[in-house]
Each structure stands twice: as structure tokens, then as C-alpha cells.
Design a protein. Structure first.
Lengths: 292, 295
């Protein structure tokens, strides 16, 4: 983190311009989010007469209510994004839990219990990080059909676990190889077995990478659209699909306030995670890129 | 018995524990890719069937104007998306590297779009770019009556709106990678160069940026991967339109496989996508796995 702080290179005006540029860039990134929030709080009358960038005369949560449980999305009985949002929650929790657990166990084995072929297995597994999912969509949909899981949330969970395990394994393995091996060797000599070492030594040391992995998986799975749109029925569709249907299915006048409220609802969980644990989110992103 | 059993257990247990993932790798990754490849050599339409027709589906694919259009769009989008993200990301990283007071807050702001779903990004930008309600109307209301920014409804320009939204979403991510790279550089070299009278600009262009080659490389790989897979963003922003002007291979594959009952052709297009990813990736992985540091 140490950097040069030679005053010769930071004259006052230069610094002012620098900060100015950085703030303008920040405004550019914030603008869409800010406009989303403001627009979602305006009434349709106001939007029709008013401007894109304008403070609401009267703040109303009407659009949020419509987006949440009043809007007719597609042909389903239940109204609003709420059922989709619930689907996403039901889908994301087991998907994240199972794929993270598998990743931790795989990473543990690949770091401390190497066997003949384990390196090859790891290299082969990494393909999953880069596989364009289009190359597996057709067989996966066939398989889900055979298992009777077409258009169900368990089908989506299975899909997310299977195609998430490469990343989770990569995260844990890259973290574990940097732990001191002497620790495990000593434990083995003392007669500690596979599970004992995992639960007593490794798992207590895993908190940081556990957080990174859970956040990464949560964000990926919550934001997924492709699997959602291909493998789910109206009854099991996640919120990304619901939002897309909401925005594109409206007949008659476009209700931009409702669209924006819907977009915020769909984005809220991941934004919240990002705000609360941004550091870990970034670590996941860069770990996935630099090492992947 | 119990002692030898314990030893045996520790021998078999690790293999048993990874066996589900081995099965996943073999079946869901390699098996399914091979299965898709097999489908691409059959005359499957609405349902899979295994009557082989050689490379016919590939011939049909490349004679299909929509597919060729989708490939061209991917090329245009991919090149611009990657190039602009890299440039913008690098500039932001260098600017943030100047002992900025509120660096943490700014970094958080630049990177938050990466936490959003592409569907959310597409929804917002679709509205902002819509000439009748978005930026065009706003600028006109300020008094510039002839201001026009209607790329999203112009078939010749719509693909660039995908670039705008894509860069907005992903450039902060590139910034984060570059910033991590900048922080990893040995500061003593920089100090030495500055003592020798090198300007800050030449320190960056001559020393720092050239030494970040691996970082550029991995940023490129990630962005190329995002570009080739891009599907949700385009579905939400333009739906592939106007006409087919923002069609890309991922949308083509989805529509031909699941909406038009052209499984064979859909499979062929998926295999071409996979080949493209591999063509970019294999040289990278090869060099990565050879460096002992990563082994």
C-alpha cells in the first residue's frame, strides 16, 4: 500500500482537476441508480408531464406496491414480482449452501489429501469456470426432463450447484494451498483423521474464503437469467425472469415508475450484500479472474 | 483391524469426498459438451434424434444470414466492449492510485454495477436510451431542440447501446483488477525512476503499465468471456432488435434451440461458441498452468 507522496507531483490545481474528474466519473456511475430510485417514487402523471431528471413533487410508493404484488406479469394468477422473488430465495439458499460445501471439501482434498490424478481432476474441473453454458443447455434440459425436474426449483438448484462447483472449488483450493502444510502434517502424525482435521483445523481457518465464496455464489445465482429462462416454468421462475417479463409484457402505456421499482426490487439483495460486504465481493471477483 | 481400517479410510475418504464432483465434471461438463457436439451432427429439430448428417448443420448455420449477422455483432460488440472497458478501467485505476482521500468510497461507487444483474442494467439503460422519455428528451428540454440520441431504435447504431450499458457495468471491475495489479508493483523501482528524474507519466507508461502484462491478460480473458456469453443484457436492453440488429450467438442459440425447434442448428451454434472461448482460453491456461507459482 505504500505509495510515493512526493509533493512535486501533486500541485494544488492538479489535485483539484483529479478530484473533479473522479467525482464526475462517480456521478456517471451513480446516475442510473439515482434516477431509478427517484423515478420509482414518482407517480405516472408526474412522469408523463415531467422530465427524466426531476425531483418528485410528491413522493409515492404506489409504483413499489404495483411492482411488488399488483402488476399482472404474463398470464400467471399471482400478481407482482413477489412470487418470483420468493422463488429466487428458495432457489438461492440451497444452491449456495450445497455448492459452497462441495467446494470446501474439494478444496480441502485437493490441497491436503492429494492423490494420483487429483491435479488432473482440478485442471479438468476448471473448464467449468469458462464453459459457455450454451454448450450444455440442451443435454441439461433433457436430463432435467428424465429426472422429472423440468420447470421446478429443485431442477434449478441442481443446475446451479453443478455449474457453480468449479468456482467454489477454485476459491477454496487457492485459499487452502496457502495455509501452512506443517499444521496438517503434525495433525496427521498425531493421528487426526480426515474429518477431524477438516472440522477442527481447516474449517475454523476458512471464515474469509467462506464469506467470499458465499457472496460470489449468491450474486451469481441471484443474478442468473439464462438458466432461469430456459429451465423454469412460470411457477418456478426467478426474479430476473420476472423482471424481464414485467418490463416487456406490459400492454398499454409503459409504466416506467413500476419498471424501475421492479428493477430495484430485483437488485436489492445483491446491492445490500455489496454494500455490507463489498470487500469480500471484490476479493471474489479478482480471485476468480486473476487465478482463474 | 481398526488400525488398518483407519488407514484405509483415510486413503479412500478423500477420493470418496471428491467423487460427486468428479462425476459432475465427467458427466455435466465433458459428457454434456460431447452430447451437444453429437447433437450438432444430427438432423434434430424439435426433439433430439440421432440420425447423423455430418457437418450439414454447420453448413446451414454459416449459410444463415442471421447467424452471420450475430457473429458480426459479437465481433463489433466484443472488440469495443473489451477495448473501452480496458481503457476506462486503466484510467480509473491510475487516477485512483494517486493517494486519493476517498478512495474506498469512490471504488465502491465505480464497482457497484458489477453486483447488479444484467437484466437490471438492461432495464435501466433501455429507459435512459429511449429517445421519447430518456436522455434525448431531457437534453431537448434544456433547449437544444435538434439533439438526437436514438441509437437504440436505429438498426445501424443499436449495437453500440449494448456497448454503452456493458461498459457501464463492467469497467469498474476492470478498474479493480488493475488497481490490485498496480498495488502489487514493487515501489522501490518507481522511486528509483523518479529519483532519476522520470516524470509521473513516463513512470506509468514505461515502467508500471508494461509490468502489468499478466493483469491485462486476465482482464482480457474475463471480458472476452463476458462478451461471448452475453445474453441477458441484450435480451433486456433491445431483445436482439430492432429487427435482428443486436442479435448475438447466445440469443441465436437460445431462439433456434428452444423457440424455433432447430435443435441441431442450435447445438452447432453452441459448439462454435465453445470453440471461440477455447481458442482464447487454451493458450492462456497453458501459460498459467506452466508457471510453477500457480501449481
Amino acid at each position: 500500500m505504500a505509495k510515493t507522496t512526493d509533493p512535486r507531483y501533486s500541485p494544488i490545481t492538479g489535485r483539484a482537476i483529479l478530484y473533479g474528474v473522479l467525482i464526475v466519473i462517480a456521478l456517471y456511475y451513480l446516475m442510473p441508480l439515482a434516477l431509478m430510485v427517484v423515478t420509482s417514487l414518482r407517480s405516472m402523471d408526474e412522469i408523463r408531464l415531467g422530465q427524466l431528471i426531476e425531483w418528485p413533487d410528491a413522493i409515492t410508493f404506489e409504483a413499489w406496491k404495483i411492482a411488488w404484488n399488483e402488476a399482472q406479469i404474463g398470464a400467471r394468477d399471482e400478481l407482482g414480482l413477489r412470487p418470483y422473488f420468493i422463488n429466487s430465495i428458495i432457489m438461492v439458499i440451497p444452491s449456495v449452501a450445497i455448492s459452497t460445501l462441495l467446494g470446501a471439501l474439494n478444496g480441502y482434498v485437493l490441497s491436503f489429501w492429494k492423490f494420483r490424478g487429483s491435479e488432473l481432476f482440478f485442471a479438468a474441473l476448471l473448464l467449468g469456470c469458462f464453459l459457455p453454458f450454451q454448450a450444455i443447455l440442451l443435454p441439461q434440459s433433457q436430463l432435467l426432463g428424465w429426472l422429472g425436474l423440468t420447470g421446478t426449483i429443485p431442477g434449478l438448484v441442481l443446475t446451479h450447484v453443478v455449474y457453480g462447483v468449479s468456482f467454489t472449488t477454485l476459491f477454496f483450493r487457492n485459499y487452502y494451498v496457502n495455509l501452512p502444510h506443517e499444521l496438517i502434517k503434525a495433525a496427521k502424525l498425531d493421528g487426526a483423521g480426515f474429518w477431524m482435521i477438516f472440522f477442527r483445523i481447516i474449517l475454523p481457518l476458512s471464515a474469509p474464503i467462506l464469506v467470499v465464496t458465499v457472496i460470489w455464489q449468491f450474486t451469481q445465482i441471484w443474478n442468473d437469467f439464462l438458466f432461469g429462462v430456459v429451465f423454469s416454468d412460470p411457477d418456478s421462475q426467478p426474479v430476473t425472469v420476472g423482471l424481464n417479463n414485467l418490463v416487456n409484457s406490459a400492454t398499454g402505456e409503459k409504466r416506467y415508475n413500476v419498471d424501475m421499482a421492479g428493477a430495484i426490487i430485483a437488485a436489492l439483495p445483491t446491492i445490500l450484500v455489496y454494500v455490507l460486504a463489498g470487500k469480500y465481493f471484490v476479493r471474489g471477483l479478482t480471485a476468480g479472474s486473476v487465478k482463474g | 483391524m481398526s488400525v488398518s481400517n483407519k488407514k484405509g479410510l483415510d486413503y479412500w475418504l478423500p477420493k470418496l469426498v471428491v467423487s460427486p464432483t468428479v462425476a459432475i465434471t465427467v458427466i455435466f461438463f465433458y459428457g454434456f459438451v460431447i452430447w451437444t457436439a453429437v447433437l450438432s451432427f444430427t438432423k434434430s429439430r424439435i426433439l433430439p434424434q440421432y440420425e447423423f448428417v455430418g457437418f450439414d448443420q454447420y453448413v446451414r448455420l454459416f449459410l444463415n444470414d442471421r447467424w452471420m449477422g450475430a457473429l458480426t455483432n459479437l465481433l463489433v460488440f466484443g472488440v469495443l466492449f473489451i477495448a473501452i472497458c480496458m481503457i476506462v478501467g486503466l484510467i480509473m485505476a491510475v487516477l485512483l492510485d494517486q493517494n486519493i482521500r476517498a478512495e474506498g468510497a469512490l471504488r465502491t461507487i465505480y464497482l457497484y454495477p458489477m453486483a447488479l444483474s444484467f437484466i437490471v442494467t438492461g432495464t435501466v439503460w433501455k429507459w435512459l436510451l429511449n429517445p421519447t422519455v430518456g436522455i434525448e428528451r431531457f437534453i431537448r428540454s434544456l433547449g437544444w431542440d435538434s439533439f438526437t440520441f436514438d441509437w437504440i431504435i436505429d438498426p445501424n447504431m443499436a449495437i453500440y447501446t449494448i456497448v454503452i450499458a456493458g461498459v457501464w457495468q463492467a469497467s469498474g471491475f476492470v478498474m479493480a483488477i488493475f488497481l490490485a495489479g498496480l498495488r502489487g508493483i514493487d515501489t522501490s523501482i518507481i522511486k528509483a525512476a523518479q529519483l532519476d528524474g522520470a516524470s509521473l507519466f513516463s513512470v506509468y507508461t514505461r515502467i508500471i503499465i508494461p509490468s502489468m502484462r499478466p493483469v491485462f491478460f486476465s482482464a482480457f480473458i474475463m471480458l472476452a468471456h463476458i462478451a461471448i456469453k452475453s445474453f441477458d443484457l441484450i435480451i433486456a436492453l433491445t431483445g436482439g432488435g430492432p429487427g435482428n440488429s443486436t442479435d448475438v450467438p447466445a440469443i441465436f442459440m437460445y431462439q433456434f434451440s428452444f423457440q424455433r425447434g432447430q435443435l441441431g442448428m442450435g447445438a452447432a451454434s453452441a459448439i462454435i461458441m465453445l470453440m471461440t472461448v477455447l481458442a482464447i482460453l487454451v493458450p492462456y491456461l497453458y501459460s498459467e498452468l506452466r508457471t510453477p507459482k500457480n501449481g
